[in-house]
Design a protein around this ligand. Structure first.
Ligand SMILES: Cc1cc2nc3c(=O)[nH]c(=O)nc-3n(C[C@H](O)[C@H](O)[C@H](O)COP(=O)(O)O)c2cc1C
Length: 216
């Protein structure tokens, strides 16, 4: 079929768009303290639609997103995540890992899992179909789900919402709480909302362009 909707953009406009998109995206920061204020459901929905446009291996679209909004579900996620995090910070994590995350001042307590208005749990689907006969393997699952999450985070940011990627380890407890089949692997949690007023973020630096890009 013909490529629908492609429009050639004048070079100057392309350059403006590229610069503007970079400017906007460079302002994205992870926050770890959220306001309890509700966020517009439509913004979450459209951002998830954006995620669903991501390229994927063999077009399998091997992702599922569960939006946890109810207080009860968020409380259950928080309780289970904090149990894992306690074990993680209390000895399971190797020293090197703890050193790497020290600058972020994180610990086993995750009040944002309850406070933020929405938690998006992302699941990666290793297989599609149920039962041995219709079951078939998906391809490049990690890459595909990562790309969908990148689009999701970009959309939420451009719409004016803040988010945090949180990865309690392990996070199999999410299958039970969110009623997802064992064939789906919890991939990450995305905490979404408005930043709490006066929120502070860790000082970080981003690697210089010339260090992470090479033209040949
Ligand atoms: C795969 C992944 C896992 C992460 N897991 C956590 C986490 O469990 N807890 C946390 O506080 N931040 C987590 N982060 C957030 C990073 O610490 C953060 O993105 C990084 O410090 C850069 O800061 P920025 O997002 O403000 O640019 C994670 C980020 C990614 C991409």
């Amino acid at each position: 079929m013909p490529l629908d909707g492609y429009e050639r953009i004048p070079i100057e406009d392309m350059q403006d768009r590229a610069r503007e998109f970079y400017r906007e995206m460079s302002l994205r920061r992870s926050v770890r303290d959220f306001s309890e204020e509700a966020v517009p459901r439509e913004v979450i929905e459209y951002s998830l639609r954006v995620a669903g446009t991501a390229p994927s291996g063999a077009n399998r679209q091997p992702w599922h997103f569960v939006v946890a909004e109810s207080r009860e579900t968020k409380q259950r996620i928080r309780a289970a995540a904090e149990r894992e995090e306690l074990a993680f910070y209390g000895g399971r994590a190797p020293d090197e890992w703890l050193q790497a995350i020290r600058p972020f001042g994180t610990n086993a307590e995750k009040p944002y899992l309850e406070k933020a208005p929405a938690i998006i749990a992302v699941f990666a689907q290793t297989y599609r179909g149920e039962g041995d006969e219709s079951k078939s393997k998906n391809y490049y699952v990690n890459e595909s789900v990562g790309l969908a999450c990148g689009l999701l985070i970009s959309s939420l940011h451009l719409c004016g919402l803040a988010c945090l990627v949180h990865t309690p380890s392990p996070m199999r407890f999410l299958n039970e709480i969110l009623d997802r089949p064992q064939s789906e692997r919890p991939y990450l949690l995305l905490i979404v909302g408005y930043p709490a007023s006066g929120v502070r973020v860790p000082v970080i630096s981003r690697r210089p362009f010339a260090e992470f890009v090479t033209f040949r």
